[in-house]
Design a protein around this ligand. Structure first.
Ligand SMILES: *Cc1c(COP(=O)(O)O)cnc(C)c1O
Length: 495
């Protein structure tokens, strides 16, 4: 009647497409396989390519394009990516990448990301299996770090967020859940402690929390780069005397500059003596506990009240996959749980489920970071992951040894883990420190190895952070050879 077909549209009306699914799944399938093959080829042939190369202006211009109102074929869009984005990454998947602390990712992680994207799960809560996958990871991290059954955890973007959340947990532990509504009063002031080597995201966490980064006392580090325990205790006693309210100690399990691990047992003792929350920033180092060779470095980590770490660094899970493990999940609930009507829980059915991550952290809509982590832990096993970390540390020790043997190089910090800081000083110890800045820039441009530059005691230092499971002795040799070659060049000294 009236020319209506089954679709409910008049037969002469132009067909309105509102679904974004393809008409032709066969074409999409073929294109999808092509994209997968391209990416696997890229990963397989990484070593034939430069670590990094600057993107040409033609590539940048393609990303200053008008807003696309009309459709473009997927194959064409993929070609733009393949030719203009893929070759110009930052290089952290490459074996020669040693700049900063970045994970290398894996092909397995990539495939899991694809599955997660297809499922498009929202991990805020409710009763579905993806939630169980995240709970599995929490239980495994409890086991890895010997945390008690009361422990809880949550995936976050990275350790920057995990440290921030830990500050909020410690705040509500000290002041009670009422602080959520009342906010901070000006007296007495909350104060916290970390070493001068603490990562820059920690003072920022204090800024974001409203407590203020001035309330984070930066305690001097000893020659090994660890927090000076006696100085810490003096600072706490002084603050108490002055009427402040100490509430939190943040230890580092792998400092960003040199990889130093604080004396975690001593920090637990100080926290107990003064009734403070003891948080550990283990972003780059903590997963090293998976290696039998390295585990002893982290003694005491099991006694922390909360622990932030990144699966996306040494765990090789693709970005992003930060994690916060908490000794008592009740601290998370008292900081975050709320009773919004639209989030009302049912006893059963889809709106059921007894663990809603939105009660345990700041996010409501959350992606399925747990899946790529689960795939990584399952397919490789924690032993292989730990072995890869131990191999990184062995390469770092070898590099440090080589540096000490070269008259033109100087080791600038003890090597506790996988980070080596050194400088080109010249055979007669006469090279200006700034030459190191230029050496690092040249190495990046040459594209064979990419260390980063840091400053230790105000001096420029070449920093090799060996995090990638693909890094081999040949990459270390290329770094040493490159630094020696560039350092000896007069033009580099003069420019
Ligand atoms: C990388 C790092 C962070 C920050 O972690 P993101 O995952 O980048 O947010 C914090 N602390 C240390 C020691 C780090 O190495």
């Amino acid at each position: 009647m009236l020319g209506l077909q089954d679709s409910g549209l008049p037969s002469d009306a132009p067909r309105q497409r509102t679904s974004l699914d393809p008409d032709d799944w066969q074409t999409l399938r073929k294109q999808g396989h092509q994209m997968l093959d391209d990416m696997l080829d890229h990963l397989k042939t990484l070593s034939e390519k430069p670590v990094w190369q600057p993107a040409p202006s033609s590539a940048r211009a393609l990303f200053d394009a008008p807003l696309p109102v009309e459709a473009t074929d997927l194959a064409e869009v993929h070609a733009i990516f393949r030719d203009n984005v893929l070759p110009y990454g930052s290089g952290n998947i490459h074996s020669g990448f040693m700049g900063w602390v970045q994970g290398g990712g894996t092909a397995t992680g990539m495939l899991a990301e694809m599955l997660a994207g297809g499922l498009n799960a929202n991990l805020g809560g409710r009763d579905h299996m993806p939630i169980e996958v995240e709970r599995q990871i929490i239980r495994w991290t409890q086991q890895i770090f010997s945390f008690p059954d009361t422990a809880g955890g949550v995936f976050l973007t990275g350790t920057s967020q995990a440290n921030f959340v830990a500050v909020l947990l410690a705040r509500s532990r000290k002041l009670g859940a009422g602080v959520r509504a009342q906010g901070l009063s000006s007296e007495p002031r909350l104060v916290a402690y970390a070493s001068s080597e603490v990562h820059g995201c920690v003072p920022r966490a204090f800024e974001m929390s409203g407590i203020g980064s001035d309330q984070l006392r930066r305690i001097p580090a000893n020659a090994a780069g660890q927090i000076d325990i006696a100085a810490l205790e003096r600072a706490i006693i002084r603050d108490k005397k002055e009427g402040h309210m100490p509430f939190l100690i943040i230890g580092s399990a792998g400092t960003v500059n040199t990889g130093a691990v604080d004396d975690l047992i001593a920090l637990r003792g100080v926290a107990d003596a003064h009734d403070l929350h003891f948080h550990v920033d283990g972003a780059l180092g903590a997963l090293g506990i998976l290696s039998d060779d390295l585990a002893h470095l982290f003694t005491g980590i099991e006694s922390s009240d909360s622990l932030a770490f990144d699966f996306h660094k040494w765990g090789q899970v693709p970005y992003d996959a930060g994690f916060l493990l908490v000794r008592d999940s009740a601290w998370q609930r008292q900081t975050f749980a709320s009773e919004a009507a639209y989030l009302s829980r049912a006893a059963s059915g889809l709106a059921g489920g007894d663990w809603w991550p939105c009660d345990y952290g700041p996010d409501l809509s959350r992606g399925f970071r747990a899946l790529k982590t689960w795939f990584t832990l399952k397919t490789y096993g924690v032993k292989a992951l730990g072995d890869s970390m131990a191999a990184n540390c062995a390469l770092a020790r070898g590099l440090a040894h080589r540096v000490e043997q070269e008259p033109a190089l100087r080791l600038l910090a003890p090597v506790a883990l996988n980070i080596v800081c050194f400088a080109y000083v010249g055979a007669a110890d006469d090279a200006p420190p700034e030459v190191n800045t230029r050496i690092v820039e040249r190495l990046h441009a040459e594209g064979c190895v990419a260390p980063s530059l840091t400053h230790l005691n105000g001096q420029p230092a070449i920093r090799a952070a060996i995090v990638n499971h693909r890094t081999r002795q040949a990459d270390i040799d290329a770094l040493i050879d490159g630094v020696l070659k560039l350092g000896s060049r007069q033009d580099l000294l003069q420019c």
